[in-house]
Design a protein around this ligand. Structure first.
Ligand SMILES: NC(=O)C1=CN([C@@H]2O[C@H](COP(=O)(O)OP(=O)(O)OC[C@H]3O[C@@H](n4cnc5c(N)ncnc54)[C@H](O)[C@@H]3O)[C@@H](O)[C@H]2O)C=CC1
Ligand SMILES: O=C(O)C1=N[C@H](C(=O)O)C[C@H](O)C1
Length: 242
């Protein structure tokens, strides 16, 4: 496929290598808003990993030019309705995942099942922790928010989550709200854990990315899958066909 990379940081560069190794052609790169000026390239798909405040404009620029777009940028979801309206108006194609790793998407299912099992066990207090590299712009991570939404949808005991500043295992629980601790450590690609603790025991589930290859591989798979489709899609659409 002829791929346009939007965002050429850590993910964009990983995608560049992997796309070429898989026989795709990277026809261009957009790494700042002004790179759209005088844009004349022909691309079959765009893969977008930029930054929260840039994502929506990049989607609109793709829809305007008839380029299907796969995006993994986090912390732009307040603009979801604007994206969806523009996608529909332009009969575009859009694929979004807060985390493209297949392992994380299996972990999402595990999280939902554990949340269901915990619905009748109020002696267990829940807390979540995510750890990422020091350059990360958003907190909590998009993946942590997806995990939290999975808990809320599958366990009515919890009403909401909140961003907690520091690990504080004693007394951190607000009534029916659970904390997400967002930690930043040099070089960590992405680790997410959920802990259910009672006075007797603990259950902890963790997903730990070893690098960025799993994210990029999932985004490339989504780009191939999106060809010829119109509408708004996510990992559940892709995985149910496998
Ligand atoms: N969904 C997933 O599986 C994953 C999502 N991410 C998310 O992807 C995003 C990017 O992550 P990284 O590559 O680690 O960040 P990064 O900071 O290394 O790279 C971002 C790049 O975007 C560029 N940029 C800034 N403004 C732009 C604009 N208007 N148009 C296009 N590019 C622009 C920057 O120059 C930079 O090179 C973040 O939001 C991160 O949370 C990261 C890894 C996996
Ligand atoms: O910024 C990152 O690096 C990552 N961002 C995504 C997120 O916010 O969940 C996915 C992954 O954890 C890496």
């Amino acid at each position: 496929m002829k791929i346009l990379l939007i965002g050429y940081g850590k993910m964009g560069q990983t995608l560049d290598k992997m796309a070429q190794a898989a026989g795709h052609e990277v026809v261009g790169k957009i790494n700042q808003a002004s790179d759209w000026d005088n844009f004349e390239l022909e691309a079959e798909v765009a893969i977008e990993f930029s930054q929260p405040d840039a994502a929506l404009n990049n989607y609109l620029a793709c829809f305007e030019r008839g380029i299907p777009v796969v995006s993994g940028t986090t912390a732009w979801l307040a603009d979801w309705d604007k994206m969806a309206a523009a996608c529909e108006e332009k009969k575009g194609a859009f694929f979004y995942a807060s985390n493209f790793s297949i392992g994380v998407n299996l972990f999402f299912a595990l999280n939902e099942r554990l949340a269901e099992l915990m619905a009748g066990q109020p002696q267990y207090q829940l807390e979540m922790e995510e750890i990422h590299h020091l350059e990360k712009k958003d907190a909590p991570s998009g993946t942590a928010i997806s995990l939290a939404q999975g808990v809320l949808a599958h366990n009515k005991r919890f009403e909401d989550w909140y961003l907690a500043e520091f690990p504080n295992l004693e007394g951190s629980q607000k009534e029916n709200h659970f904390p997400i601790f967002a930690l930043r450590e040099a070089g960590v690609p992405g680790t997410h854990s959920l802990k259910y603790a009672s006075s007797e025991d603990e259950i902890i589930i963790t997903h730990r990315a070893k690098g960025r290859i799993g994210f990029a591989a999932g985004a490339l798979k989504a780009a191939e899958w999106l060809a010829g489709k119109n509408g708004v899609f996510g990992m559940k659409d892709l995985l149910k066909e496998q």
